[in-house]
Ligand binder design. Sequence first.
Ligand code: NAP
Length: 486
Amino acid sequence: MKPTHSPLFNTGLLINGEWCASSDNTRFAVTNPATGDVIHEVADATPADATRAINAAAQAQPLWAAKTALERSNLLRRWFALLQEHQEPLAQLLTLEQGKPLAEARGEIAYGASYLEWFAEEAKRIYGDVIAPPENDKRILVTKQAVGVVATITPWNFPNAMLARKLAPALAAGCTVVAKPAAETPFSALALGYLALQAGIPAGVINILPSTRAQQIGEELTSNPRVQKISFTGSTAVGKQLIAQSASTVKHITLELGGNAPFLVFDDADLDAAVAGAMLSKFRNAGQTCVCANRFYVQEGIYETFTDKLAIAMEQLKIGNGSDEAVTLGPLISARAQEKVGALLEDALNRGARIRYQAKMDAELSAGYFFPPTLLVDVPTEARLSCEEIFGPVAALIRFSTEEQAIQLANDSEYGLAAYAFTKNSARIKRLSDELQTGMLGINTGVISNAMAPFGGIKQSGFGREGSRYGLDDYLNIKYTCESFS
Ligand code: NAP
């Protein structure tokens, strides 16, 4: 069955359990980045729709929070089972609107589902405390309560998983949600909403608003006093704006923002493992992940060998439409993204970097937003792509001589999301773990994301954590009750 003929495919706003048109009856077209073809139109939410969705979420919230933890857990688990059951059509839909290869799309559905499973369990483990009081006739109780209505804003690079990673802890904690997915990829979000309803999650608990009016919707979500929390994944620039907008109503905020991950390869590293890690970390999702290796720092003794091995591995990438099973590298999300990566590459070349390898692309790919995988060597540290997120399949190699220099280069960034290092020296691993300024560190691995681990950044990469037992804290208020028995 074509993804657009599946019951998972919906084109309305999801408000209070119903699929509806936008208040001004407008729609927008969503395109396939591999072909430039329009997939379908979808309702274009207005700020009035956002208000309606917030009201629905506010009405549903006390009823949802009043369910027992076990009831919420069972519903999350049923939703998880439905995602697993529909992994293939969900993956096909994801590839259609986002472009990533099918194998990666299947992986994303499993990854998104894993958060539903994890938080179905964690829902039952929201513990409080009884604390020793200053007087014997008193008792200090600490309990945890859902923060209330949560507004989520998510990007296009993981349209299923970034939303699932927020919905799962929010619902586990007893919160209800108004979600604005990225305009480029609304269908995967709507499919998640459809399956939530099928699982029996009550109307109003999850509301989903595709929209091209991000700024206006964002203003309503951040200023409406019925929304108690904003959870945002996206660029640092928009994150800063949302902090400012949320100030007037003093909202809880979780921000998963941009990254600029350093990838350090030391002379003593297992180079084959380092190349395998580099390929996964750099080229997954065509280089469009927040934890993608952005700057490769390679020690001088193995610089040439590592470069040769990486070039050979890159030659194996098969570029094309992600719906072709043989393809391992899909398109970028848009023409704008293509232009941005092109400009960063040009800037590096103008400053003296050299192309060591660049894939040739078939003419038939010109209708899509493809970018050739490119290996750049001798990249100067002042090149824009050393300081900005590349978000494309360009690997930028920089040579270093000492560990101290590598750490200093790695930390020389306003971001602090992920970092990677390949070395066999355990004392060095300890030093790297202590000194690298990052929220997440992969040692001898290029893959660090999973539901059991706390995902998140420091510095201008944001605050708050998603996944793990810490992930629930972001959706809970601590309440202290003082009981007197005198
Ligand atoms: P973006 O422009 O910040 O967009 C992200 C989301 O914010 C989209 O839903 C977008 O809607 C919305 N948005 C844009 N402007 C807004 C505004 N003024 N008010 C309210 N919402 C607004 O980011 P992007 O470039 O699409 O996504 C890539 C970024 O996300 C990268 O920086 C990447 O590192 C980051 N990211 C971080 C993580 C993490 O966990 N740290 C994970 C994935 C991605 P429209 O699509 O309608 O514009």
